[in-house]
Design a protein around this ligand. Structure first.
Ligand code: SF4
Length: 316
């Protein structure tokens, strides 16, 4: 691990100024991803600004019947919240499908959204990786790609976003609130938050340098039955090969997003309109233009089967 300096911020604007004004500075909260990456020198910040004391740790009702989740609410607290379990069960289930109890106790809502890919070559600083070192190439293309993306990828990077929580938030149309060094705030729909690989896979999200997530807002509840179906190589503490977050209404309509397949939670609204026609109709539309590798072509039929399982449960 490389040497770095550290400060504990007590004011949001001072925190964003400390990061925006200093190249190499980063925010840290739970640190469950960043510290791992620092130990193997994938991330090498020169300065860390700890935001854990900024008070963004509450879950509050909004005036339009939704919930506002502070950026520092831990995954454990969020999954266990009575309102989340009752009205946004897809979110609670997705969070509990991720990581381990110990990690969820430390991991924050904002940090979960910002976790980096688990592409094995991203973690190996001896291998070319455009996401870690822009312009160096992509060892996964033509390499081992079983876990990697099948859609929304590019000839620069085929990595996936590895999280579960964000897939459920995509179904719920969550909005991410931020503050920047000028004190300006933004509300970013989660659909626009994570970026496709494109020509700049090093940019995971729409955040600007120094911009800090303060909260995530959920619109009013959708009703219906909520599901998070995660298919992985072992029963716990593993990333999704494919996951399905869904809210299904009594008439068979609903919303669906897929995880483990793209650089962002993958939701195609025109595809979910086909839910009453069955899983195959939805996935055929949702994955139009998919470019799987030989290693991960199995994800296409797996996505159909995972969604079929959800639809069957919804009818039961
Ligand atoms: Fe790096 Fe992306 Fe290629 Fe993986 S898929 S090696 S993260 S550029």
């Amino acid at each position: 691990m490389r040497a770095f300096t550290y400060e504990r911020a007590t004011d949001p604007i001072a925190a964003v100024r400390a990061v925006a004004g200093r190249p190499g500075a980063k925010f840290i909260a739970g640190g469950t991803n960043l510290l791992d990456l620092m130990k193997i020198e994938v991330e090498t910040p020169t300065h860390l600004v700890d935001v854990q004391d900024l008070g963004f740790d509450k879950i509050e009702a909004t005036r339009d019947g939704g919930l506002r989740i502070g950026a520092l609410v831990t995954n454990t607290t969020l999954a266990a919240d009575e309102r989340i379990r009752r009205d946004y069960a897809v979110l609670s289930r997705a969070i509990l499908a991720g990581a381990s109890g110990q990690l969820r106790n430390k991991a924050s809502t904002a940090g979960n959204l910002l976790q980096r890919t688990r592409c094995p070559y991203f973690y190996d600083i001896n291998m070319p990786c455009n996401k870690r070192q822009p312009g160096s190439g992509c060892a996964a293309i033509g390499g081992y790609s079983r876990q990697l993306g099948i859609i929304g990828v590019s000839d620069k990077c085929i990595a996936t976003f590895p999280g579960d929580m964000a897939v459920a938030m995509r179904v719920l149309d969550a909005v991410i609130e931020t503050v920047d060094a000028t004190g300006g705030t933004r509300s970013i729909p989660i659909a626009d938050f994570h970026r496709l690989s494109g020509d700049h896979p090093e940019q995971d999200t729409a955040l600007k340098a120094g911009e800090l997530i303060t909260a995530v807002t959920l619109p009013r509840p959708l009703g219906g039955k909520h599901f998070y179906e995660k298919v992985r190589d072992r029963a716990s503490y593993a990333y999704a090969l494919v996951s399905v977050a869904a809210v299904i209404q009594p008439d068979g309509t609903g919303r669906v997003a897929f995880g483990g397949v793209a650089p962002k939670p993958w939701r195609v609204e025109a595809a979910e309109a086909l839910l009453p026609q069955g899983a195959a109709a939805v996935t055929e539309k949702a994955f139009t233009g998919a470019t799987p590798t030989r290693d991960n072509a199995f994800k296409l039929p797996l996505a159909t089967r995972a969604l079929a399982a959800v639809i069957a449960q919804a009818k039961a």
